[in-house]
Ligand binder design. Structure first.
Ligand code: ADP
Ligand code: TYD
Length: 215
């Protein structure tokens, strides 16, 4: 079943995703925005992909741990999409229906890039599966843009045991960055934010960009 669109519900909240290459500072900025909106008195939830519901967190462990060739690209796509479906049904849609702001650390654009960049055939499968099973986009996507060398250094410094993707290297991160910027040019829901400078500098840029959109 395609998950229903909350956009049809006048009470529906605001759905914001954060995207970017590994180590760009997305999670840090998603957390900071959550704290800022809560401080402003907005009911806000912070969630992430893959994960964000108990079933999807189990799929996260399957897909992020182990050898880089543990899954074929197609199986991986199905696992990410299964996790997203559960996350939407159990976490995101109920929060939007209650009028909350949902801040999501990665969403479908990550699948378009990380799985879709593996080849033309799989990119078409990513889009078809999204239309068939998910059918929903964020209202705003904040793309934290940073030089891949800086991002990879930040990400490898973290040592969280989920480095199956990061171990793919700098060349991949460069293709991902270019791909994200191309998506941003094609879709007005994107806000591209410069990820350099201090955490506070980047947070101020994010807040300003969202305020300009009435959020
Ligand atoms: P992502 O979620 O994009 O992978 P994180 O938010 O986890 O990135 O940040 C990666 C690492 O870089 C973390 O150790 C974090 O503390 C650090 N970091 C995040 N933002 C900045 C910043 N603006 N300047 C320096 N280090 C940062
Ligand atoms: P995340 O925990 O956000 O990693 P990071 O903080 O390093 O950016 O995401 C884990 C990895 O999962 C990341 O390398 C991107 C990858 N990923 C996909 O390949 N496809 C997807 O659909 C999603 C949501 C994430």
């Amino acid at each position: 079943m395609t998950v229903s669109s909350p956009a049809a519900d006048p009470k529906s909240g605001v759905f914001i995703s954060f995207e970017g290459i590994d180590g760009s500072g997305k999670s840090t900025q998603a957390r900071r925005l959550h704290a800022a909106l809560e401080a402003e008195g907005r009911a806000t939830i912070l969630t992430r992909e893959p994960g964000g519901s108990s079933g999807a967190e189990e799929i996260r462990a399957l897909v992020l741990e182990g050898a880089a060739d543990r899954w074929s690209p197609e199986t991986e796509l199905l696992l990410f999409t299964a996790a997203r479906h559960d996350h939407l049904e159990r976490t995101i849609q109920p929060a939007l229906a209650a009028g909350q702001v949902v801040i999501c650390d990665r969403f479908a654009d990550s699948t378009r890039m990380y799985q879709g960049l593996r080849g033309e055939d799989i990119r078409a499968q990513v889009d078809a599966l999204h239309d068939l099973m998910i059918g929903q986009e964020p209202d705003v996507t904040v793309l934290i843009d940073i030089d891949p060398k800086a991002g990879l250094e930040r990400a490898l410094g973290r040592g969280a045991g989920e480095e199956r993707f990061e171990s793919f290297g700098l060349g991949l991160q460069e293709r991902l960055r270019a791909g994200f910027l191309e998506l941003a040019r094609a879709h007005p829901r994107f806000e591209v934010v410069d990820g350099t400078g201090s955490e506070a500098d980047v947070a101020a840029r994010v807040r300003k960009a969202l305020k300009a959109r009435g959020i």
